[in-house]
Write a protein of this length. Structure first.
Length: 272
């Protein structure tokens, strides 16, 4: 479903009204590649890459966040809010060989394994949002784009090393949609490497104990969420990232979500 806010569409209406239709539609094209190496001796790998483009005129079902443009949807068909142009993910498992066939070294170094998960992808898309000066509570309009102004400007004092240019946006007339296209800004990407070290202790033929240490974002690489980018009649605010990516994904805890700081987890599992 899709919601649109119509402001004085003709002389019979002096105010505005909200129109709900089933006019939402989408399109997705992709090139998908996969490399798979089954467990051979001690090594196993699985790698995936997608070069894709998702377009729609609304990206979710929520009334409050339809497409951030509910005043005429004629120009809303654009990048999806979840569109990721380049996405790579890989998983590698390596069974560490024992340092000896018998004796103390064999006892200490046998049955160890290393596992790694690698994720790298380009940023999702968003647009600036106008607050106020429009009909209805859900009328989240887009601002006007100022010709000749760069969208991003360097700013080493903020997350990601850049922020949106306040001179790139201007306030539109009351009840009108701005000239900025929907989801025209590419946000921050994600790069994360997780690493696990595990050892299996064989107790009997049917019972074994596994110790495992997991390091999420082992290199502690910072990943930032996109700016909110609010535009008011008096200026623009929140033009730089104010939080890490993991805090914007929802869920029970942000600790082990993608985009968070380095975190460690220890586990002991008995299998029988």
């Amino acid at each position: 479903m899709r919601f649109e806010g119509l402001f004085q569409p003709n002389t019979n209406f002096s105010s505005f009204f909200t129109l709900e239709t089933n006019s939402a539609w989408s399109n997705y094209d992709a090139l998908q590649l996969q490399y798979r190496r089954p467990l051979s001796a001690r090594f196993q790998a699985l790698m995936n890459y997608s070069w894709s483009h998702s377009l729609d005129n609304v990206s979710d079902d929520g009334l409050q966040s339809t497409s951030k443009t509910v005043i005429s949807g004629a120009r809303d068909y654009a990048n999806s809010s979840f569109d990721v142009r380049h996405s790579f993910s890989g998983a590698v498992t390596f069974l560490v060989p024992s340092a000896g066939k018998s004796g103390f070294l064999s006892l200490v170094t046998r049955d160890w394994s290393l596992d790694s998960v690698i994720v790298a992808r380009s940023g999702s898309h968003f647009n600036a949002v106008v607050l106020g000066g429009g009909p209805g509570l859900i009328s989240l309009r887009r601002p006007n784009l100022v010709a000749g102004q760069a969208i991003w400007i360097p700013n080493p004092a903020v997350g990601g090393g850049k922020s949106l240019n306040p001179k790139a946006f201007s306030y539109p007339a009351f009840g009108q949609q701005g000239t900025e296209p929907r989801n025209d800004i590419t946000g921050f990407g994600l790069t994360q490497v997780d690493l696990s070290v595990a050892r299996k202790f064989v107790i009997t033929e049917r019972v074994n104990l596994q110790f495992r240490a997991d390091a999420f974002n082992v290199f502690n690489h910072p990943n930032f969420a996109n700016p909110v980018a609010f535009v008011f009649s008096f200026g623009s605010v929140n033009l730089s990232s104010t939080r890490m990516l993991n805090n914007g994904l929802g869920g029970l805890t942000p600790l082990f979500q993608e985009g968070g700081p380095r975190s460690l987890q220890l586990s002991l599992r008995l299998a029988f």
